[in-house]
Write a new protein. Sequence first.
Length: 137
Amino acid sequence: MGSSQIQNKILLIVDTNIQRRSHLATKLRLVGHTTEVSDSGFQVISLLENAIDHKQKSYSGLIIVEDSEDMPGREIMLLVRNLFKDKSSFPILVLNRAHDPDDILLTIKEGANEYVVDFDNQSKVLEKVRKHIPEPH
């Protein structure tokens, strides 16, 4: 089996809202992405660290929807960016309703590829995902 055991790269979504998380995952699957979901920042870090250490899974990027119950979304992003320093090889999209321009610029400067305020607009979210993480066909 070896390296053929690693399937398509997985797009990881962290969101505490189960309905929103499931809906986004479904939309992304419909356009060809393999997705995995989490409701916890600590779980996301653990999944990514295990993927790096054991090479059993390969992730294409991360979508952080607002803050999780165990840590703020920005903290998740910073921790993940420490694991994956290259923004082009591991994109991080932050979806958050906070629209302070200084916070948005800081979040992008610190490691987010994209910051989406109006994330109820699913087509806008899919457009941003497509911009950074092409569909695996």
